[in-house]
Design a protein. Structure first.
Length: 373
């Protein structure tokens, strides 16, 4: 007697659609319009990226029973291949006209949309095309289910991180005084591609000397000099998933102030990482690092949050900041990136990626020594 064939597991997108419909039922939402590129990919598998804020490569419409992907002819073939659970509609007169012709909306009165990811102009056009429908902001967050990563998602982030670290390590060996910040940034972006990444997950930061006191400095023609602190903040994107690390290199023997703030930042990070565990409020982790930096006399020079979630977006839930009182949950991947920035002199920031586990935390970085001087 032959064994019964094993049941195949539903695709990640099928499970995510089920979760979404559970939220819709809970909040009595009739239909949901998804415009965020990350949420669009998460729930459908459609990989296209948007160019500008008002230039969408596609929208998802999810009702209680059906789901549609509205795109234009540039993406139709890709949508059919990447989003098999969705009925793909090619928009020839804009998404509003295509939505207006859907029979699935005949008994729907209210369409919920993502207010953070739909421009006022786009919403006006939809309202004009569907005057019989009401458009209301979503009563729940579509980002929420993305916070806890599946084992498959964790593997993709770890791969993106490995590529990032390899690229930074290569730059570390090749960085010399006289190289410009822009040249160093280009080296990293090129290495990401060479090593198999989709590209950078955000605009690469290389900031040297006084520029290192600017947390989000833009690489430019400034030449890296002997004695500079150089803050490198970058990340590769691999199969849609982001990595994010920051390292600080000191170009030569460290001055007293450089060694001091480097040690302070590194210890603040160590203390914060040790506190990460499921159920711990996010702001409590931020406070540990912030209080330590303040105790060493540098509190006024650490102004940003301690970290943020990483996944399909480079900044997603949860945030490690004084404002987020929510508890950390298993499966969340967060950055821990304290910094001290001294105007006119330079700064230090160090960043690790940390997975919240069932019992504590796991640092995902492969290279844990920070390339210390």
């Amino acid at each position: 007697m032959s064994a019964a064939p094993a049941k195949s597991r539903p695709s990640p997108e099928a499970e995510r659609l089920s979760t979404l419909r559970g939220l819709m039922n809970e909040h009595q939402a009739e239909a949901v319009l998804v415009s965020s590129p990350a949420n669009r990919r998460y729930y459908s598998g459609f990989k296209a990226q948007d160019g500008l804020i008002d230039e969408s490569s596609g929208l998802l419409l999810v009702t209680r029973r059906e789901q549609f992907l509205l795109t234009d002819s540039r993406y139709t073939e890709a949508a059919l291949a990447e989003a098999p659970l969705f009925t793909v509609k090619t928009c020839r007169r804009g998404p509003g006209a295509e939505l207006a012709g859907l029979g699935a909306l005949k008994k729907v009165k209210t369409i919920a949309f993502e207010p953070e990811y739909l421009s006022v102009a786009s919403l006006d056009r939809l309202c004009e095309a569907l005057p019989e429908h009401d458009f209301e902001p979503l009563p729940f967050s579509l980002d929420g289910p993305r916070a806890a990563k599946s084992p498959e998602e964790i593997k993709l982030v770890v791969k993106a991180l490995a590529i990032t670290e390899a690229a930074v390590g290569a730059l570390w060996q090749n960085m010399v005084p006289g190289q410009t910040e822009a040249e160093a940034a280009l080296f990293l972006d090129t290495e990401f591609r060479r090593l198999g990444a989709d590209g950078p997950s955000f605009e690469t930061i290389v900031a040297s000397g006084p520029n290192a006191a600017l947390p989000h400095a833009v690489p430019g023609p400034k030449k890296i000099k002997a004695g500079d602190t150089v803050v490198i903040d970058c990340g590769a994107r691999y199969q849609g998933y982001c990595a994010d690390i920051t390292r600080t290199k000191i170009m030569g023997p460290p001055k007293k102030w450089q060694a001091e703030i480097y040690a302070v930042v590194k210890e603040a990070q160590r203390l914060a990482i040790a506190a990460i565990a499921p159920g711990v409020p996010a702001n409590a982790v931020d406070k540990i690092a912030r209080d330590y930096i303040a105790s060493r006399g540098f509190g006024e020079f650490f102004g940003h949050g301690l970290g943020h979630g990483v996944g399909l977006f480079i900044h997603e839930a949860p945030s490690l900041s004084p404002r987020n009182v929510g508890p950390l949950q298993p499966g969340e991947i967060i950055t821990v990136e304290p910094g001290v920035y001294l105007p006119g002199k330079g700064g230090v920031r160090l960043e690790q990626l940390v997975l919240v586990t069932e019992k504590g935390r796991r640092v995902l970085n492969h290279n844990l020594d920070f390339y210390d001087f």
